[in-house]
Design a protein around this ligand. Structure first.
Ligand code: PEP
Length: 257
């Protein structure tokens, strides 16, 4: 069988609930200037920002190769769902990606796999690329069942989800104990889980699973990014804290080379 072409890395920031829209615009202007001076054809750059930031940031990013994404999406297309944002609204505001099933939403908003599955369907129906987050808690890793937990999440989250190609979905492996803690999975552990996720994707999507992007997330920083990103099943990063700082984000973009 011919080997699949190399997977283009995706360096994706997750700003969480940080920065004001009025701060984000000058920040993005600086980032765009610096990216223009530092060729980065080797990877895609994406910022998943609060929904309030999308319209002004998208106006600035138009015509550049920096993509914008949201951090959550409603499972519903429209209607009486106070406070929710539909996939169509996010797309219209300038998002092309959306994070789905982040561990903070699983933990603080009681999101379960059935809801995450519905959100994936809603995002895909509007042409948004979901970044599906999966990952084990520390007690689950210590109990030796990290792999089972992640595969179970994938089974529930992706049930019945049909894809036309590898670019329609991104998976982020984010061990919960590494998010925002400064602790990182070793590159070997990230690869071990990445390869288990890859096998699951290939079984589920024989046409596209081998080329789908699998990101690592959990305290990725300039100091550890190159080692993590060198692994075959770490095709980019979902980066929280370090993505708020242009210097750190640019260093991680460089580390993906
Ligand atoms: C995240 O928010 O998905 C994340 C990985 O955060 P951090 O990089 O800060 O650990």
């Amino acid at each position: 069988m011919p080997s699949a072409p190399p997977i283009r890395p995706l360096i994706a920031g997750n700003w969480k609930m940080n920065k004001l829209p009025s701060e984000a615009v000058p920040w993005l202007r600086t980032l765009l200037d610096r990216l223009a001076a530092a060729p980065h054809d080797h990877c895609d750059v994406l910022l998943n920002v609060p929904a309030t930031h999308l319209v002004p940031m998208a106006a600035l990013a138009r015509g550049t190769d920096v993509r914008l994404g949201a951090q959550d999406v409603s499972a519903h297309a429209e209607g009486a769902y106070t406070g929710e944002l539909s996939a169509a609204m996010l797309r219209d505001a300038g998002a092309s990606f959306v994070i789905v099933g982040h561990s903070e939403r699983r933990a603080y908003h009681a999101e379960n796999d059935a809801l995450i599955n519905a959100k994936l369907g809603a995002a895909l129906a509007e042409g948004l690329v979901p970044i599906l987050c999966v990952g084990e808690r520390e007690d689950e890793r210590l109990a030796g069942c990290a792999r089972e937990v992640v595969l179970e999440q994938l089974a529930g989250d992706l049930e019945g989800i049909r894809l036309a190609g590898a670019d329609e979905l991104v998976i982020a492996y984010e061990p919960v104990w590494a998010i925002g803690t400064g602790r990182t999975a070793t590159a070997d552990d990230a690869q071990e889980m990445g390869s288990a996720i890859r096998a699951d994707l290939v079984a589920r999507y024989p046409e596209s699973g081998a080329s789908m992007r699998i990101l690592y997330g959990g305290s990725m920083k300039p100091g550890n990014a190159a080692e993590l990103l060198a692994k075959p099943d770490v095709n980019g990063g979902l980066i929280g804290g370090a993505s708020l700082d242009a210097d750190q984000l640019l260093s991680i973009v460089e580390a993906a080379r």
